[in-house]
Design a binder for this molecule. Structure first.
Ligand SMILES: Cc1cc2nc3c(=O)[nH]c(=O)nc-3n(C[C@H](O)[C@H](O)[C@H](O)COP(=O)(O)OP(=O)(O)OC[C@H]3O[C@@H](n4cnc5c(N)ncnc54)[C@H](O)[C@@H]3O)c2cc1C
Ligand code: FES
Length: 286
């Protein structure tokens, strides 16, 4: 984890209210993995005290550039949009635990809802670089909010669903999953909580529906992987990247916990933001 003065290189509105910003931050670009995030000071010390978390959208170790993709929500994100090239933003990162791809997985299904694209976008690059095939299923309310395909590598199979049917398939992105779940060796998702909960429920019935063997069953069979461990994530068919409001982002304030099915509450900033979907109690009894 490093504290970096990241220099803004490019900033543009790619969708209404959604921005893509590129920063020169070689220390972050070379050490980050898909699923991790940065905690950004958005304003001076006299203004906003709490940093804001953003997924590392892409990271290029050669150019030293990382990107973040965000929607304007309040004062912090609005402040970011007013930065000009050459200005710096104070970033802490990379933070959190990344997605874990099983070395044997050839076909990856990525599921993104809205801004959840930022959570899985870097995994597209990592997977293609490693010679894997990627189907990226994306859901948005309408065509106006569909992530532009020209910001994705040509090799990715990009499939869109919109709630109102104005582009792609009509309905939720989870409706696309049954067409890819037999093809996929593993799945990775980021998006609103209800989408992740619905997807997790759908995937829980996958083995029975398809009658498929589970990756990693032979290796380490009978061994219980600690919750939050890389091996637990790697063996899970579905990994999810969770968003919770954050205070410290370094594990101290417990402001970001989610309930797990079999262990103590999990801190999204430390044990997450990526979890095996079957580790999460999606309807917790708080
Ligand atoms: C691990 C992680 C990764 C994220 N990645 C992205 C991303 O790539 N793109 C993106 O647009 N958004 C992302 N978010 C949400 C983003 O952090 C909030 O939209 C942002 O903090 C809002 O700040 P604001 O000052 O503009 O809004 P305000 O509403 O003024 O924020 C007030 C406070 O609430 C917190 N907050 C508000 N909404 C959220 C939220 N949804 N999640 C977490 N904290 C929130 C802020 O950190 C701040 O402390 C991520 C959140 C987490 C936890
Ligand atoms: S934000 Fe403080 S423990 Fe996670």
């Amino acid at each position: 984890m490093r504290l970096v003065a990241a220099e803004l290189v490019d900033s543009r509105e790619i969708l209404p209210g959604q921005w893509l910003q590129s920063y020169h931050a070689p220390e972050l670009a070379s050490g980050s993995r898909a699923g991790q995030f940065v905690h950004v000071r958005t304003g001076d010390l006299a203004g906003l005290v709490l940093r804001r978390p953003f997924s590392i959208n892409t990271a290029d170790p050669v150019s030293g550039i990382i990107t973040i993709h965000f929607r304007i929500i309040g004062r912090g994100t609005d402040w970011l949009t007013r930065l000009l090239p050459g200005d710096t933003a104070d970033m802490l990162g990379p933070l959190g635990r990344p997605f874990e791809v099983d070395p044997r997985s050839r076909h990856l299904m990525l599921v993104a809802g809205g801004l959840g694209m930022a959570g899985v976008r870097m995994l597209v690059d990592e997977a293609l670089r490693d010679g894997r095939k990627v189907a990226l299923l994306f859901g948005a309310a309408s065509a106006r909010e569909v992530y532009p395909s020209n910001l994705l590598p040509d090799e990715v199979e990009y499939v869109v669903a919109t709630d109102d049917g104005s582009l792609g398939r009509r309905g939720f992105v989870t409706g696309l999953v049954p067409e890819y779940e037999a093809w996929a060796d593993q799945a990775f998702a980021c998006g609103p909580y209800p989408m992740l909960a619905a997807l997790s429920k759908l995937i829980a019935g996958r083995r029975e529906r398809l009658g498929v063997a589970k990756l990693g069953r032979r290796r380490g069979a009978g061994k219980v992987d600690p919750i939050g461990s890389p091996s637990a994530r790697r063996k899970s068919f579905l990994q999810v990247s969770m968003e919770q409001n954050m205070g410290c982002a370094v594990g101290a304030c417990l402001g970001c916990v989610v309930m797990s099915v079999s262990g103590p509450p999990q801190r999204v900033c430390r044990e997450g933001p990526v979890f095996a979907s079957d580790e999460i109690a999606w309807e917790p009894a708080w």
